[in-house]
Design a protein around this ligand. Structure first.
Ligand code: SF4
Length: 241
């Protein structure tokens, strides 16, 4: 799309159209982390930092057989937890996080996952992104917009932000995205990032947003011309897939 200056009304219409096409293209977008309840989603999301969802799903299938609840995880020896999750990166730190959060859930919350941002942020291994995932997907509470590497990259290419900082990207998104779209938007952008708008080889020619995407030309330009690796657009915060 040409980089002509758009009026505020034109930009609002463009963004609204992006949202409309996203929901139309990915009507079944959902959290890729397998879970049956808020506890399982919390554990899976803590494990997913800097790890693929596919790897996390393989690990949690076994982990949840032995630790399906906070009580069971709290009772499971730390060495056993470490063994069960050792194929995940940072498994030592994540073992300590899981044991710590299980203990706090038992001591303060009766073994349940709290539906509260501050309470979630008090758990080890839980940052704002993890809390947003849990609140949005386990409790349908729109507390913010999850910004992983795909959401950050696509938000920049689609002209919603210029920032590489996930917190700033989230702030730029929540400033205009309707609240009832906060949870679904992340999943739709992630699906589009996986299917079409990859970091290294975006398929702009076949993309449904090509006519309204400010980043189409830059994203498709040969690397030697831009002198800039598309991988630099990674937020570094989210899940690699
Ligand atoms: S594939 Fe190209 S046109 Fe589509 S969203 Fe990504 S950069 Fe924009």
């Amino acid at each position: 799309m040409a980089q002509a200056k758009r009026s505020k009304a034109e930009e609002t219409a463009r963004r609204t159209e992006v949202l409309r096409r996203l929901s139309a293209t990915y009507p079944n977008a959902h959290c890729a982390l397998e879970h049956k309840n808020p506890f399982e989603l919390l554990v899976a999301t803590v494990l997913s930092a800097q790890c693929t969802d596919a790897r996390v799903n393989i690990v949690t299938r076994e982990l949840f057989k032995e630790a399906p609840t906070a009580a069971a995880l709290n009772a499971l020896p730390e060495d056993r937890v470490r063994t069960l999750i050792r194929s995940i990166n940072f498994f030592n730190n994540k073992t300590k996080s899981l044991k710590g959060l299980a203990r706090i859930l038992m001591e303060r919350w009766g073994g349940e996952v709290p539906k509260d941002m501050d309470a979630l942020l008090a758990l080890p291994g839980v940052a704002r992104k993890t809390a947003n995932v849990v609140l949005g997907n386990a409790f349908n509470i729109a507390s913010g917009i999850v910004v992983d590497t795909h959401v950050g990259r696509l938000s920049r290419r689609l002209g919603f932000t210029k920032s590489e900082d996930p917190a700033k990207v989230e702030a730029d998104l929540v400033a205009w995205v309707p609240k009832d779209r906060w949870v679904s938007l992340s999943h739709e952008l992630i699906d589009h990032g996986r299917a079409v708008c990859s970091a290294l080889r975006p398929k702009c020619a076949e993309c449904t947003f090509a006519d309204i995407c400010p980043g189409a030309a830059a994203a498709s330009a040969p690397l030697k011309k831009t002198g800039k690796s598309p991988s630099k657009s990674r937020s570094g915060l989210g899940k690699k897939r």
